[in-house]
Ligand binder design. Structure first.
Ligand code: LLP
Length: 432
């Protein structure tokens, strides 16, 4: 049990969250190691061990820290990074280079050189210019690179438009148009410094319907067939991206991995059999589903503002700076008063952040027991894209992250100090 209610307190992976708030201060991210392990094991059972020649690359943009990457490696997953910074973290965690995939729609030459030097397993080429840049860097360094092409499969997903990426009008991926795509594929096949592996797509995030993954996979498989027919090349690998949705509130449906992966594998196998194609390796890239529900955030309630007949606001000591998702995507969250976990819900309040921004509302109109200054508000399912998207707006410090397991707690990210917030600032002589 990750979540338990005991002695009127919320416990998370065996730790009393009220004690965690006291010990480490708030705002605080708390991540359950057991929950992360459970997700990795679910992927092992329902995919990695169930099918031959498949891999899972954790999309680390959801939560990329040294400790997390160590867990991902230990649990037998590969890694997806999307920037020099994420790659650097992976390098510092000694993540095996051949198990790293490098995504991104505008990788700089420096980032590409860094990836090629480290010897990452795949570079996912996201635009037609990138292939020549990779060739040039490889030539200069006397190295080779394994590449995939990310395509836009032209499927429209049902999620917030800010997190859908598979539609034709997207900044991501190479258009499906053969006149654009086939010349760069031919270039990759011919280039001595490039090993062309295959096709990648990622259609969007927080999805609970498998039909769009299936439609996109069909597009990718058709490409495999056409590449065989027209370029006489056996595609070695397909990457079906991530996007598997999680439960933020009781209105969300969390589908098991098998709901997406079994039909995807069935389609892949049957398509390849029917068209006499060697079945390529299949890779998936989940981020959110591995870490979102493992994490909670703890905040302390400060000022309370009651507008009778209108609304009661209870302000927390963080907000959009540690969880921008409500402000950016109108994302909904659930939470409880961690220190009054068994008390009767008696009032409706709106949990507001402390940033100078009207959209800085964490949860609108939530039922809580009688709320008081000093209470600890715990928000559920903040493990993905919470810490990862944290900012220093209003010069608020980025909170600490504590990893908990069976009642043990370890700080895996220290709280930022004021000195760290201004450490890169300089005063020119003219202003001294
Ligand atoms: N692969 C690629 C190429 C991606 O762009 C993404 C997410 C993933 C995999 C992982 O998707 P996931 O399994 O986590 O859904 N900040 C937004 C989410 C942006 C996702 C961007 N790409 C949010 O907080 O909802």
């Amino acid at each position: 049990m990750i979540k338990e209610i005991k002695n009127n307190h919320l416990y998370w992976d065996g730790c009393d969250t009220v004690e965690l708030a006291k010990t480490y201060g708030t705002p605080l991210y708390v991540l359950s190691e057991t929950a992360v392990i459970n997700e990795c094991q679910a992927l092992q059972a329902s995919f990695i061990q169930k099918y031959e020649n498949v891999r899972v690359a954790y999309a680390s943009k959801a939560f990329n820290t040294l400790a997390m990457l160590k867990m991902i490696e230990r649990e037998g997953l590969c890694l997806d990074v999307v920037s020099g910074g994420e790659l650097y973290t992976a390098m510092q965690a000694n993540f095996p280079a051949e198990h790293i995939e490098f995504n991104g729609n505008n990788k700089s030459l420096e980032e590409l050189a860094m990836a090629i030097d480290y010897g990452v397993g795949r570079i996912i080429v996201d635009g037609i210019q990138e292939i020549s840049w990779i060739q040039e860097i490889c030539r200069q360094k006397g190295k080779t690179a394994n590449i995939m092409f990310r395509i836009t499969p032209e499927v429209n997903v049902s999620t917030h438009e800010f997190i859908s990426t598979g539609q034709k009008d997207s900044k991501f991926g190479i258009p499906l148009d053969e006149a654009i795509l086939f010349p760069v594929i031919q270039q990759a096949i011919d280039a001595p410094e490039i090993d062309f592996y295959g096709i990648h797509f990622h259609i969007g995030s927080q999805l609970d319907d498998n039909s769009t993954h299936l439609a996109a996979a069909k597009v990718a498989l058709d490409l495999v067939k056409r590449i065989k027919e027209q370029l006489d090349y056996d595609v070695k690998e397909l990457n079906y991206g991530g996007g598997f949705g999680v439960t933020y509130t009781k209105d969300d449906i969390r589908q098991p991995y098998s709901y997406f992966l079994d039909p995807l594998m069935e389609l892949t196998e049957s398509y390849c059999q029917e068209h006499h194609l060697a079945r390529p390796a299949i890779v998936i890239e989940p981020g959110r589903s591995i870490v979102a529900e493992a994490g909670i955030s703890l905040h302390t309630i400060g000022t309370i503002k009651d507008l009778p007949g209108i609304r009661k606001y209870a302000a927390i000591d963080g907000g959009m700076t540690d969880n921008i998702r409500p402000g950016l995507y109108q994302a909904k969250y659930e939470g409880i008063l961690a220190n009054k976990a068994e008390e009767t819900l008696s009032e409706t309040v709106t949990i507001s952040g402390k940033a100078c921004e009207s959209t800085d509302i964490l949860v609108k109109d939530i039922q809580v027991p009688t709320i008081e200054t000093g209470d600890i508000f715990a928000t559920f399912a903040t493990g993905a894209y919470g810490y990862a998207m944290a900012s220093n707006y209003n010069k608020l410090a980025i909170p600490a992250v504590v990893l908990v397991k069976d009642g043990q707690a370890d700080v895996i990210v220290e709280r930022q100090s004021y000195d760290q917030i201004i450490q890169n600032e300089r005063i020119p002589d003219s202003l001294k």
